[in-house]
Each structure stands twice: as structure tokens, then as C-alpha cells.
Design a protein around this ligand. Sequence first.
Ligand code: SAM
Length: 277
Amino acid sequence: MSGTLYLVPTPIGNLGDISKRMADTLALADFIAAEDTRVTVKLLNHLGLKKPMTPYHRHNLDTAGPAILARLQAGESCALVTDAGTPAISDPGEDLVALCAGAGVTVCAIPGPCALSTALSVSGLPTARFTFEGFLPQNKKNRRARLDALRGEERTMVFYEAPHKLADTLAELTDTLGADRRGVLCRELTKLHEEILRAPLGELAELFRSREPRGEFVLVVEGAAPLPEEQAGEEDALARVEQLRAQGLSLKQACAQAAGELGWGRRDLYQLALGKR
Ligand code: SAM
């Protein structure tokens, strides 16, 4: 009979977040698949555990995944851990879970620390419906397309970001979603210097124009105002387009955003705006 693949979350900063079940699972597993064995060995030392480890990360998953599956099929149990947080959430693991589940191996997720849920819960923004955006694409074209797709997003949005890209991301989100949109920047969650900054996107962008971002960040952003039940009148729609144009948006972008906000079809509003020029 096959063994079980256990997904074991690890602290995102505070070692006090190690749970009994997390430690017990690491102790019971036959071997540990780790994103970086040098990081995981420190955790094992803290827990007083010695375990065989095998690396599993984004650069070796094509070969390491099938090798881990073969060991599971031979009856061993495996605990998958990453450097911090929940495996498979913006972390290696997604492919291994799919591979094992597809092969009929039992996959068992242990609940635990995750920067996404920690930031969302502390944000104070609506949590009933949200979208996890993870890291924005690095490729310029794909990034632009993703940002454009988020213009009318009504759900709360959660982004992960690296410190060296934070200032640019805040500026781009301000341009795309508007300076007034509420944002919550969560820095160094669960750590000594944890900081929760609640401010409109424009203010956060301004702040990080001069302040060097240090540590790890999750950004939570309020969703767009829901569509009005009724389509706004032509005058109001055109006034909103002009307002957005004055903020630097192209006519097309302004029409797309205003259309989303005011219950118009993008194309209809664009045609109307063109006709009035
Ligand atoms: N799997 C992890 C999880 O469960 O949250 C996420 C791993 S992802 C590679 C790393 C990103 O998570 C960081 O760039 C940052 O955006 C976010 N992150 C991780 N730990 C954090 C912390 N203590 N405070 C704020 N953000 C954190």
C-alpha cells in the first residue's frame, strides 16, 4: 500500500507558531522533501529531530517529483515542507500534489501558517470574497495584462511582493486602480518588526518612494465598488471618463474603468466618448 504525502506548513517568522501536529508529522514521516534542506535542518534542530531529507524545489521538480512518488508508492511516507508557510501556496508543491493525487496516493494537508490568510484576516477589508493574486508577472506585457484585468475586480485582492519591487508595484496599482483605493500593507508578519499599514494606495506608493522597503510584504487591496444596479446616465459616465483622463489614463483605459464602475459596456462608452470629442 502507498504511503501518504503530508503537506506540513512551517512558521512564516515566529517559531512559536509550530504546532504539535506539525512537529508530530515531521517526526513520524519516513523522509522530508524540503525546498532548501539548509533552512529545514534548522527547524529540525529546533525540534530535536533527525530525518533523511531530499530536495524538492522549482529547479528539480521534474526529476525529484517522480522519485518522491516512487518512494510513496513503495510504502514510505513523506512530509513536504518549504522555507516558510504552507507548501503549494506560491511555493513548490503544487506539482507534487497533482502528481501524487493523480497517481492515487493519499495527500494530507496539515493546516498552519500562511502569509495569505494571516494578511487577509488582519486587513480589516472584506474577506467574504477575495482573490489571491500571488506575485504579479515579471514580464512587462503579462504584468500589464494582469493589472488591466484587475481594474473592475470587486473582490478583495491579495498580492505577495518582494521588497525590491514593492515601490514599483504600489505605483502601478495606484495608476491602475486609483489613488483612493484602500490598501493594507502587511510587513514582517508574526515577526518582531511586524507592521500593518492601512492607507489609500496613493499614500502607500508615496511613502515607499522615499522609504526603503525592508523585510517581507503582503499587500491587500480593496475591491472595486460593485456595479450599480442601473446604468449611469451619459453625462455622468462621460464626466467620470474625463475625471479618469485627468488622472493620466488613456481614453480606452478610462472608458474601461468607468464602464466597470457605472454599469456600461466598455465598447459602448468608448464609442460615446469618441463621438463627443
Ligand atoms: N508558502 C508561503 C505562504 O504560505 O505564505 C509563501 C511563500 S512565497 C515564496 C514568499 C512570499 O510570501 C514573500 O515574498 C511575501 O510576499 C510573503 N511572506 C512570507 N512570509 C511573510 C511574512 N512573515 N510577512 C509578510 N509576508 C510574508
